[in-house]
Structure formats: C-alpha cells, structure tokens
Design a binder for this molecule. Structure first.
Ligand code: SF4
Ligand code: SF4
Length: 460
C-alpha cells in the first residue's frame, strides 16, 4: 500500500503534523496543573451541590428560572446575564492588556481539557518519545490494546463531560438515574452525546488546531497588546548566537550566546512553535517553554530567564509600565460594572405582582349595592425564603379587598395565583378608575410590590 501524498506546495492547507508535547515540570506548569484541577473540579462537582432543597446551580429552561445558590433569576432578570457578559469581555481586555494571553494559557476550556486528554494519553502511551515510537510501530496486539485503552478513557471522559453539561440544565441526580436505566429523553441524549463528542474531538484530536484556526481571540488579541503588555519572549540579545557547547566551556571565547540550541522549548510547546522566532499568534502563553528553558539553564549553570515573561520595553532595556492609561481605564470600568452588578443584585426587588382582570365578567352588582370586580393576582416570590403576603388595594374611596386569607403563602422561587374580589359602594363611584393592588410580606415589610388594574363601573 502506498502512503497518501499530501500536496503542500501551492496547496491551500498544510497537512497537520501531530504534536507530541514533552512533559515538563516547573513553576508555571504547577500553576497550570492547579488551575486545571480547580476549574475542572468546579465544573464536575458544582451540579452536585444542594441549596435549600434544590440543586444549587440549575438553569431550569422549562420553568424559565436560573438558580445560582441563593439567587434565582427570572426571565425579567436576564439583563444580569448580559451585564455579566460585558464584565467577562472587559476582564478579558484588562488581563490581556496586563499580561497577554493569560486566559488562553491557564483558564481556557480548550487548554484545560487538552491538558487532561494529554495526561490520559501519557498515562497509557508513555512519554513523548514512547508515543512517537508507538505511532511508527506496526499494529501489534500491544499497540491495539494501548490505543483502545486510550480511546476508552477519552470517550468515557468526554461522555462524563457531556453528562455534567446537561446536568446544569436538568437536575443531575434525576439525569444520573435516567442514564443508569437508559431512559434519557431525546434532547438529553442528543446534548450528552453532542457535548461529549465535541470535548472528545476538540481535546483529543484538534487541540492546537482550535487555537490556531478556530479561535477568534487568537486573531484580535494582538490589537490589545502594546509595548508594556507582559508576554512570553525569548531574549535574543542574550541567547544569540545560539549553538551547542560542552558543559563548562567558555561561551564567550566561542562567540556564543546563552541558548544551547537544545530545542527543549520547542519540544514542550503544545502548539509546536519555536518561541525563539519571536511572538507568534499561535502562542497560547502556556509558559511551558519558560519552565523548559529554566531547567536547561539550571543544568548549564546559566542564569534563568532566557525565555521569560517580560514586556517589549523591558526586553529593550526601557522602563516597564504595568499601570498605564489603558489598564487604568479597563480597571475602573471593571470595578464600576462589578460593583454596580453586586449592588443591583443585592438590592433588587425579589417580589413582584401581576394583576389580571377576570375577563368572564366586567363587573357584578351585589345585593348590598356595591360593585365588584374580580382579578387574578399573581404573586411572584423570587426570594430564597418562603413568605406570607398580605394583599391591599388603593385608588377608590372605601375599596374593599376580599381574598382567601388574611395572608397568602408563597414558596421560594414560586408564583402563586390568587383570585381577588374588589368591591366599592356604587354611590361612591363616578365611573371606572385605575386602582393599585399591592402585596407586602408580613415577615419583611420592605418586600412589597404593586400592580395597576382597571376597576370597571356600570357607568363605564
Ligand atoms: S511558545 Fe511557549 S508559551 Fe507559547 S505556546 Fe509554545 S510553549 Fe507555550
Ligand atoms: S530551551 Fe532555552 S536553551 Fe534550549 S533551545 Fe530553547 S531557548 Fe535555547
């Protein structure tokens, strides 16, 4: 069988070379490992937390309610989500201006899941060189076994990821029961497989291709950079001319810089680039090359930092400016928006009322000479505690509000409809009028809301 010929000269697309990043230990790798554990820990465990008898974080789409611990967001609160998205975008601008692609290297889901899939690959197939050897080896029983075991782990982890994702939208303990009995609904099945499949393909196979070709952030991030943005760079003044040398030899006598041209920084790079060629858009700022080069520098007894976090100005020997107009503007906006969001959420009215007229009868004349209108009063309790509500009315002299009660109990995050009859003596009416129906919690009088309604009189 002949190997397929890949056209690269003049073709539209370069063939992808699989990258086998070398495992690395170091300061930044430790931070990335902690970030992976924390972020994945939050993602997989959060849906299992309980709060006041319900799932702590649940985006209940059928009921159109988003529960986030003590907070319940209703459709009318969805502007908070827009607000949150603006804060998230601004944070991205702020941290990018400050420290480059910090998000890409430490917190981007693509990075976090790719790290996990890489870890599973190493667990089954061994180190970088063992993986490369295995890839070239003929298909023996041992190779089939290793490749199958890896796929088993990858697919299992992908499905668990998809299951957890759906667990944010449907109660996860119920979903687990359905999965165990193979009785998930069509949409649940679709989303578990879709999200699980996307994780498997993106983190298992596409990896750096997503960052290079699909992520828009990689394309526009350079617009947010300036000469004071912290980026990962190779100090070519110190490193060049590069070249191999014997340990302990005099590099100055040989006319060499500090780079021993070992290519370890390239071998550890998950996107397969050479940081020594300068800042490239493919660089996700994972800092693996810093750890790698520091290790090499330690071995040859040169000072660390040939590859390091620095600014363009710093590299050119000019003063570094972390605080500058751009970062001040971003930080101020970020603080103002975040404080505003916290204030608005903590001070929002968590009760509401809708007053709907009973459309079956405009009004009723009662034997005692009063005129009666009937309404359906919907009491909305967005609070995390239940409350007893009293209903009152204003807007007409001698108005009487009659409903089952003296109070109406409404559970946390619930809407309770109450039929309410409002009566007014006919001789005190000059015609219909706008009235207000108000609700007030008996245990917390500050929780009150009102709604307008039309009172219809016979003369209307
Ligand atoms: S060049 Fe360095 S920081 Fe950039 S992606 Fe490669 S290893 Fe990570
Ligand atoms: S790891 Fe450091 S010394 Fe080795 S090639 Fe890279 S920059 Fe040069």
């Amino acid at each position: 069988m002949t190997a397929p010929v890949v056209e690269t000269d003049g073709g539209l697309y370069a063939a992808r070379q699989k990258i086998y990043p070398r495992e690395i230990a170091g300061r930044f790798q430790s931070m990335r490992t902690i970030a992976v554990w924390v972020l994945l820990g939050i993602y997989y465990l959060l849906p299992w937390f309980r709060w006041s008898g319900r799932q702590a974080v649940l985006f209940d789409l059928p009921a159109r309610k988003f529960h986030i611990f003590a907070l319940t967001l209703w459709p009318q609160d969805f502007y908070f989500l827009t607000w949150l998205l603006v804060i998230a975008s601004l944070s991205l601008f702020f941290f990018t201006a400050l420290a480059g692609r910090l998000f890409c290297g430490y917190a981007c889901p693509q990075t976090v899941w790719s790290e996990t899939y890489l870890w599973m690959e190493r667990l089954v197939e061994g180190s970088r060189s063992q993986q490369m050897k295995l890839a070239k080896a003929p298909w023996t029983a041992g190779k089939v076994l290793r490749k199958t075991a890896k796929q088993f782990l990858w697919i299992g982890f992908g499905l668990w990821t998809g299951f957890t994702f759906v667990g944010y939208f449907t109660p996860i303990s119920e979903l687990a029961g359905k999965v165990l009995h193979f009785s998930t609904g069509p949409w649940e099945t679709f989303w578990v497989l879709f999200y699980g499949g996307a994780t498997y393909v993106n983190a298992g196979f596409m990896r750096e291709q997503v960052c290079k070709y699909m992520c828009p952030y990689a394309r526009f991030q350079s617009a947010m950079f300036d000469k004071d943005t912290l980026i990962i760079m190779y100090d070519d003044t110190r490193g060049e001319p590069r070249g191999a040398r014997k340990k302990g030899s005099d590099r100055q006598a040989k006319g060499l810089g500090d780079c021993v041209d070992c290519t370890v920084c390239v071998q550890v790079c998950p996107t397969g680039i050479d940081i020594r060629q300068g800042l490239q858009y493919e660089c996700i700022a994972c800092a693996a090359c810093i750890d790698a080069c520091d290790e090499v520098m330690d071995k040859v007894n040169y000072p660390r930092g040939l590859v390091r976090y620095d600014t363009q100005n710093g590299l050119e020997g000019k003063p570094r400016h972390v605080i500058r107009p751009r970062t001040i503007v971003y930080a101020t906006l970020l603080l103002a928006l975040s404080a505003g969001l916290v204030y608005t959420i903590t001070h929002r009215n968590v009760v509401g009322v809708d007053v709907l007229r009973d459309r079956n009868a405009l009004y009723r004349e009662r034997p005692d000479g009063s005129i009666e209108n009937v309404y359906n009063v919907k009491i909305l309790n967005k609070d995390s505690d239940a409350h007893e509500f009293r209903i009152t009315g204003t807007g007409l002299p001698g108005l009487i509000v009659d409903y089952v009660g003296p109070t109406v109990w409404v559970g946390p995050g619930e809407v309770q409809g109450v039929p309410v009859r409002i009566r007014v003596a006919e001789d005190s009416l000059e015609g219909g009028a706008d009235i207000e129906v108000a609700i007030q919690a008996t245990d917390r009088p500050e929780l009150r809301a009102g709604g307008k309604a039309r009172f219809i009189a016979p003369s209307d």
